[in-house]
Design a protein around this ligand. Sequence first.
Ligand code: GLV
Ligand code: MN
Ligand code: MN
Length: 437
Amino acid sequence: MGAGARAVARCDELGSAPYSDDPAGLFRPYLGPGHKATLERISAWMVAAGMTARIDAAGNIIGRYEALVPDASALMIGSHVDSVRDAGRYDGMLGVMLGIEAVAWFAERGRRFPFAIEVIGFGDEEGSRFPVSMLATRAVAGSLAEQPLDLTDRDGIGLDTALHDFGLDLEHLRKAARPREDVLAYVESHIEQGPVLEAEDRALGVVSAIAAQLRFRAAVKGVAGHAGTMAMHLRHDALAAAAEMVLAIERIGNAGTEDLVATVGHMTVRPGVPNVVPGDVIFSIDIRAGTNTVRDQAADTVRAALTDIAHRRQVTLSVELQQDLKATPCDPGLTRLMEQAVQTATGTVPRTLVSGAGHDAMVMAGLVPVSMLFLRCRAGISHHPDEAVMKDDVEAGLRAMTDFIERFATSTVDGAGAVGKADGQLTEQKPDLTGHV
Ligand code: GLV
Ligand code: MN
Ligand code: MN
């Protein structure tokens, strides 16, 4: 079996119990039993590939392939191991498997670099257990300072308990933070999760930037009452109000520029029984766009529309910001190296595109320069069990990753020279990504 086929087979193996918490499909939330079983399996594969493996204070798995010299800084490669509910098998996991295969490829050839390679499987990118996403990624990037950690999941289990049950400790969560000098750069390969590469008959693409996201929690409070006796004109039905709000959010998303998207993906109705007029509704709002400005203007419009609806229907509304991820450019120097690697791997002029989906690279960009490689997926389907990739594309992706690492090594003596070369410092860039999503 080729290395690309093995990476795909491993994702498939991890796509069901005991690596999933749902016996009927794939659901691997942060710190669940499926997550634990998955890390044990990945750890064995990392060791077989020539790495040492450890689980950090946030439940991320990290394999390390040592440099020519001890204690060297690392080029970090990876993605996430958690999944959404009813997930596909490749979102996140394929990037981790390709990291392992890249190291295996070098280890088999006795090739070492002046820098170490660390393969990381982040534990929480999706935010499918607690109300915010990228907790484990932010722990590594050292950007959890502002994040309240008194979070609970849908079953009322606190983050502290979940960490404890996993053998970890909330008190130590922030110790997963990596000092800047430990890491040279972060490189992530990921399925595209969109249709562009397939439409253009391309196996691979290079990500220039990742779109901005906001996540809100909206709470609507009406008055619960007897469904048989409460006259219609006297009701303050929280669910009817929320339904109107969902449609307003959809309308605002539709009315914006092409890159704007707005989604309500989760809703809780209380008391949630057939014969009681709903008194309380809580729902999520996810707003994304190529620029922070478009995203923020849409969020303002949503707030105003929801306030109007609440006023007219005489229910109370609170909208709480839960997460703010700014539009993130990939490092221009590393992107150029990735373009060269893709050109070599595919023999075609590389396609550069903006990611509408969020990725660990968004958070890691706060710590180090980042680069991303996209692999074609069937019909652009993702966050769905029908997610599919082609083995030949994965082989090409692996060739691009190993070629990128060689280019990274030769770009300067210490392996850090490509970073930011094209356009100055990453943090000073304010790209306009409108229309590219
Ligand atoms: C993660 O997949 C996200 O884009 O929310
Ligand atoms: Mn992902
Ligand atoms: Mn995802």
